[in-house]
Write a protein that binds this ligand. Structure first.
Ligand code: C5P
Length: 286
């Protein structure tokens, strides 16, 4: 027997019917509210169970963290911008034939994604030396690399996501040799497209990080681009001025992070150029 419940979401009331009491919470007023199942909460995003098997809802938070969460802040509007920007990049890559987890954007902060088994690697592509590479190698930030460099970190906060050679990845069974070859070619395709798109709006793609997941398509397992692509996971410098338009603004206290991300969104036409912060705030989630 379906249980009618009154659910409240983003300021709108709607009726929902669910067929079992699982996921129903009683509020103080005795009203039942549907509660969706949280699958995982990360530093900048939350994953909820999706409406269909094999899907998740990915929610973008405003939380910004750096240095393995030693530095933390809530930056209003960041989640909204990253949701839109990740949609833009994933859609563009999908149109080129790069398989991604992105299905559709649901609202200001959420997108529907395909469930994937995440390979525990941060796949980093660098076109110019910056960040940990510049530090590790004693290079000046901004030095052009002779060719794009792909490197891997093992995703483990307690170890500080250490850089790992491919030998470790294969030996420890995190991915097979064939998968590593596919991951490198996928990462380079992403780099080519992203570099061109960013160059077209006067921005240099210095480096970026992606994550890869495994999905089953009928009897075949294949790799897809997962997680997000946003200024949280890229280094983006204005070509003319060298101004940083990415998370380094937060990491290095260089100014207002939302201004930087809004600039990227405006240049890409993801947000109209007359949008102000006030208007970009999430006011209604539908
Ligand atoms: O810090 P590092 O120089 O190794 O970062 C390389 C690139 O990977 C940067 O664009 C950074 O934003 C991204 N990255 C990330 N998440 C991490 C580590 C790095 O998105 N945990």
């Amino acid at each position: 027997m379906p249980i009618p419940v009154l659910a409240r979401k983003g300021g709108l009331h709607y009726d929902a019917h669910i067929s079992s009491p699982i996921g129903v919470a009683r509020t103080g007023q005795g009203v039942s509210m549907a509660r969706r199942k949280k699958i995982y909460e990360g530093k900048a995003k939350v994953l909820y169970e999706g409406p269909e098997p094999g899907t998740f809802v990915q929610y973008f938070k405003d939380d910004a963290t750096a240095f393995n969460a030693e530095k933390k802040e809530v930056i209003e509007g960041k989640g909204v911008l990253n949701n839109r920007l990740s949609e833009f990049f994933m859609t563009g890559l999908g149109n080129l034939g790069v398989p991604t987890h992105f299905i559709k954007r649901l609202n200001m902060r959420e997108q529907l994604i395909r469930q994937a088994e995440i390979i525990p690697l941060e796949v980093i592509v660098r076109n110019f030396a910056a960040g940990t590479m510049a530090k590790r190698m004693g290079m000046e930030e901004g030095t052009a690399l002779p060719r794009p460099v792909v490197e891997f970190s093992y995703k483990d906060d307690s170890l500080g996501d250490p850089l790992v050679p491919e030998e470790y990845i294969i030996a420890f069974g995190w991915a097979s040799q064939q998968e590593m070859d596919d991951i490198v070619s996928l990462a380079l395709r992403v780099n080519d497209w992203m570099s061109g798109v960013m160059y077209g709006v006067g921005i240099k793609l210095v480096d970026f990080k992606i994550e890869i997941g495994r999905v089953w398509d009928n009897d075949f397992q294949r790799l897809i681009l997962a997680d997000e692509i946003s200024p949280d996971s890229c280094r983006l410098w204005d070509i003319e001025t060298g101004q940083k338009l990415d998370k380094d603004v937060f990491r290095r206290d260089l100014g207002n992070l939302t201004d930087a991300y809004t600039e990227v969104a405006k240049r890409l036409g993801v947000m109209p150029s007359n949008v102000t912060h006030a208007a970009a705030k999430p006011t209604l989630i539908n």
